[in-house]
Ligand binder design. Sequence first.
Ligand SMILES: [Zn+2]
Length: 136
Amino acid sequence: MTSPRSRPSQAPKTSGLAEVSYRLMREAAVREARGNPLMREDFREAHPMLLRAARSIGTPTNGMCPLCDEERLVWVKYAFGPRLPAEGRCLENAADEERLTRRVGVFTCRVVEVCCACTWNYLIHSYTVQGLGAKT
Ligand SMILES: [Zn+2]
């Protein structure tokens, strides 16, 4: 099983050039949301496409939702880069990520944790994947 505090186990090799964990910011956001019901709503405004992706292809984690504590969080991964949609392409599995490495360009992958019960969502990790074109 994966944990929201570690890298996705099925992630491909990353460039190492741009890898960011938002764990500390996430913990601050959780504290803020728990202490302020108005702030809580800000973190529960998930885009419908994000919720749909979370319900259909989200990667289950061991972590419980920090707000409602009713459901386990899932991760949804998106890739951004050349010739991908502006809103990003949802990565369903390791094969999707592997395909990025065969494309031309450098891609940014973002991992968002989502609670399908209360719609809490937060960007927890981003990393760069080098495609073929970036190696030359
Ligand atoms: Zn929740």
